[in-house]
Structures are given as structure tokens and as C-alpha cells.
Design a protein around this ligand. Sequence first.
Ligand SMILES: [Fe+2]
Ligand SMILES: [Fe+2]
Length: 337
Amino acid sequence: MTASTTRAHASTAPRLPVPRGPLSAAVAEALLDPTAPPPDPAAAHTADPYGDDLHLALYQLYELHYRGFEGVADTREWDPGLLELRRALERRFLTALRADAPAGRTVDEAFGELLLEPVDHSGSVSGYLERDGELRHVREYAALRSLYHLKEADPHVWVIPRLRGRAKAAMVAIEYDEFGAGHADRVHAELFARLMADLGLNTDYGHYLDAAPAEALAIVNLMSLFGLHRALRGALVGHFACVEVTSSPGSRRLAAAMRRLEAGPAAEHFYDEHVEADAVHEQLVRREVIAGLMEDEPGLEGDIAFGADATVLLEDRLGDLLLDRWRRGASALRTPL
Ligand SMILES: [Fe+2]
Ligand SMILES: [Fe+2]
């Protein structure tokens, strides 16, 4: 091995998070000490599939495929011992999702409900923020969402080599927008960092990992899981389509919240941009990406529906947590800002 392949990521990598149980502690230990025995995958079999320990352990392992962690060698990404544990954690999580999401649905069934805009938004996080949210709530919301938005669109790129024809062309067209259409200052992750700056938040990648509850980590882990496995390409497309379909109306409410709270021009702009862009993305993803993939591989329809349903399941879990805490006047973060 050369010095460059063993060198730890130094400049932009976040620090390892504080462990939340035996699994996440064992992962951190193994990451910091390559000579330590790999964590025992059997420990994953009894872990809470939606719990903090499993999701932090999984998040740490997935992060090796993005930017890694300070003090951890880049080469650990493909460490067989870590991958074995990752597989056990993924199975536990995926088995729970398959059991808890509606089974055997068609794409029309999964997306039919999503396309109907409810009249009453009081039960949704964006509806709450639009009407009753205070600055402290939008700051918490942005801190939690930063775990995804600072790597916005990254996990979806992994599906591209697994698609062809119409589905591939349209997926790339959407991703091109997400990555700023050739302009570094319009990359959506960059727009989100500016939103965070308007809200007085720390814009460092991964900064709020310790503050995020399992419900928030699970949503990011879902994208990484679907993105990294070719076998789950249908689910990745269903997940992505679900995000694009629900984004435009949700972004309209969040933009209104930012305006009412005078959060700042960049905070408004991020959501205004998504009202317009995602109205177009919604059409492209349904008519080209989903329809193209179903034409190529009709057997994936159930997985496309599952990807959307699993996303709704996890978003509802996070939404319930946020609304419950906020309505009680409490913080939704593990460590309040
Ligand atoms: Fe975006
Ligand atoms: Fe989009």
C-alpha cells in the first residue's frame, strides 16, 4: 500500500459521532483502529431496526462511501469486516421496512395518494412550520435536514449505471439540475448551506450528526441503502420519485414559513427554487424515469412502489416526532441548538 492510499481523510471529513450503543461504539472503534477485530455481525440481529444505535452504526459505515471521517483511512470503505457488519445491519433494517410498508402495491397505488394534495396541512411538518413555526423550529428542521441536503442528490447518482434509455437520460437530466447545471454556486447542497448560514447554523458537512435522532438518520440511511445496491435500483427510483413528487408543494409551504419568519434571502431561495424545479422534476421522474424503467424491467414495479412507501413510512415517523416535540414546547434534537 502506498502512503496515499492509507492516508486518512483530513480536510472536509467530519469527526466521528458519539456512539449511541454497542453497535455504533464497535464501528467507531474499528474505524479508528484498523487492527481491532471487526465488530460481530450477530449483534445486529437483535438491535431495534429503527433505533439510534443501529442507525448511527449504519450511518457511520455508509459515510465511508461519501466523505469518510477525520482520522479514518479512505481505504476502509471496502474493508470486508466492516462490509459484513453493514450487510447484517441492512438486513435488519430492510426486513423491518418490508414488513411495515404496505405490501404488493402497484406504482399507481403508491403514487396515487402522494399526488393528491390534502386540503388540511396541519398534520404535516411543512404545514406546521408555515402556520405556527417559530425561528427555533425552522432552525432545528434545517439542522436535521442538513444531513441529507449537504449531500443532496449524491446517493441517487449511484443508480445511473444501472439504468438505460429513457430512464437513464431523464435521471441524469434531473441530477444535472440538482448539481447546479454547470454552476458551482447553484449546486443544491450549496444553496442549502447558504440557507443554514441565514439561520445562523454551522454549515460544516455532518456537523449536526450527533444532534439528529434515529428518525432523521434512517431517512438518509434509506437513500444510501437503495443507492448502493443494484438489487434495489427499483426501490431507489421509487424513493427518488417520492421525494420529487412531494417536494414542490412542501417547498411552497417552507418558503412561506421562511418569508413569514424573515429568515433571510438564501433561506427563502432554497425552497422557492425547489417549488419550480421539482414541479418539472416530478413530471420527468414519473413520465420518463419510472415509465422508462418499468418498460425495461416490468418485474421491478413492486420495488418502485416499495421505495416510495418506505420513504413515506420513514418521513411520517420523523414528522410525528418533530410535531410531538414541538407541540410540547420541547426540542426535537438530541442536543438542542
Ligand atoms: Fe434539489
Ligand atoms: Fe429535484
